[in-house]
Design a protein around this ligand. Structure first.
Ligand code: FAD
Length: 387
């Protein structure tokens, strides 16, 4: 359901405002709906009152043009058979998929069906620009949220709770290497990769150690000469056991509680040698070189001072949480993270960060959405009990 919000100037209010409609945001919306929160539905005066018996209202603001979150943008060759294991959204299974179906087509279709099935109040394309607190730091009673007013929606909102579910896709990480600006060839990030054919016959430096880096090495090495650079020696694992994964998630959780920048779960688990990784290895595509120290116009300079001539540098160096719009809250620690526990910002308890830190996976995002909805309902009940 798309609420009718026609006035771009009118401020609007929702008890819970969710930012982002990827897996995490949809999970939060689903669980809020299940717990009786009413979808934002403004009347003629622009207000969306809380219906009798409902604990509050909720709305989701999403920057995309359509459903799917980051799945709308991943490369064409990311197939249902090569994604790293998708966990269904709560309450509705992913339809059986041909392993050759494109993730960028099938998953947005699934998300669209889901949004409709549960009648979720999602406004798009709406980009949140700023979140500011109402009240004192650490004890905000709510937030003002400023958007770009996309789709003729209000550009100014207030909310009692904000659930931030903005993922990482819009914040690609480009490490600093001296001389990067002098490179005469092409540089791109995984974020902008579409297909291997763009590199046919070229010499491509691929930087990074995660699942994306190895998938792209596998693909591109089929049509081009690749040279793989990583800062550290890759850690391969033979079996992706649930115990190892749980341990890695705990490690990321600890970092997030401490306010350190949340590391990716893969960097803690090591990488599983899946069949396609073994194929790439057999073709000689997985020979790792220590990270280069400089970039020159014609290529990259290795630690022993050699120039490795390349036409392209592909940065498969990951993503960072897309949380610039939260900067006015001043929650970043000197280490660069936001302290959070079970999805709740430790230093501003009416703010939730989901799909952040340990919940940066489809299964983690599902759980974090549910936990946020439960915690908000509990807070509201306590507040109402105290009134
Ligand atoms: P997203 O899907 O990124 O959704 C965030 C939404 O917020 C987007 O719609 C975005 O437009 C919106 N948004 C961002 N900023 C704003 C703003 N300021 N205002 C309004 N809206 C905003 N995980 C797995 O479990 N299995 C996998 O196979 C897997 N494969 C992956 C492959 C790649 C290449 C990458 C990068 C990640 C992969 N992941 C995988 C991790 C994956 O990112 C998460 O599992 C999950 O899809 C993220 O969901 P999310 O809701 O947190 O973020």
């Amino acid at each position: 359901m798309e609420p009718d919000v026609s006035s771009a100037a009118r401020p609007a209010h929702a008890s819970v405002l969710v930012i982002g409609a990827g897996q995490a945001g949809l999970s939060a919306a689903y669980h809020l709906g299940r717990r009786g929160f009413a979808p934002f539905a403004p009347g003629d005066d622009g207000a969306s009152p809380v219906p009798e018996g409902a604990p509050g209202t909720f709305v989701v603001l999403d920057a995309e043009d359509g459903p799917g979150g980051a799945w709308r943008h991943r490369w064409d060759t990311l197939l249902m058979g090569t994604v790293n294991g998708i966990h269904e959204l709560p309450g509705h299974p992913v339809p059986p998929a041909d392993p050759h179906a494109r993730a960028t087509t099938l998953l947005p279709e699934y998300f669209a069906e889901y949004e409709e099935m549960f009648d979720l109040p999602i406004l798009r394309p709406v980009r949140v620009e700023r979140v500011e607190r109402i009240g004192v730091p650490g004890a905000a009673t709510g937030f003002t949220v400023t958007t770009d007013g996309g789709g003729g929606t209000p550009s100014s909102w207030t909310a009692d709770f904000v659930v931030n579910a903005t993922g990482t896709w819009t914040s690609p990480h480009w490490p600093y290497v001296p001389g990067a600006g002098t490179f005469a060839g092409r540089q791109l990030h995984t974020h902008d990769y579409t297909r291997k054919e763009d590199f046919t016959g070229q010499r491509v430096a691929i930087v990074g150690m995660g699942v994306s880096a190895t998938q792209l090495l596998d693909e591109i090495s089929q049509v081009a000469e690749t040279v793989w650079f990583t800062r550290r020696e890759p850690q391969w694992i033979e079996d992706p056991s649930p115990g190892r994964l749980a341990e890695a998630v705990d490690g990321v959780d600890e970092r997030t509680r401490a306010g350190l920048p949340p590391a990716s779960v893969v960097s803690a688990t090591g990488m599983f040698k899946s069949p396609w990784v073994r194929d790439a290895e057999a073709r000689g595509a997985l020979v790792r070189h220590p990270m280069f120290t400089r970039i020159e116009p014609e290529g990259v300079v290795t630690p022993d001072g050699r120039i490795e001539e390349v036409d392209v540098i592909l940065w498969a160096t990951g993503f960072r949480p897309a949380i610039r719009h939260l900067a006015p809250l001043g929650l970043r620690t000197p280490a660069g993270g936001i302290r959070a526990e079970r999805g709740r910002a430790t230093d501003e308890p009416h703010l939730f960060l989901i799909g952040y830190g340990p919940s940066q996976s489809t299964v983690g995002a599902n759980r974090a959405g549910r936990d946020a909805a439960i915690a908000i309902l509990r807070d509201l009940r306590e507040r109402d009990g105290a009134d």
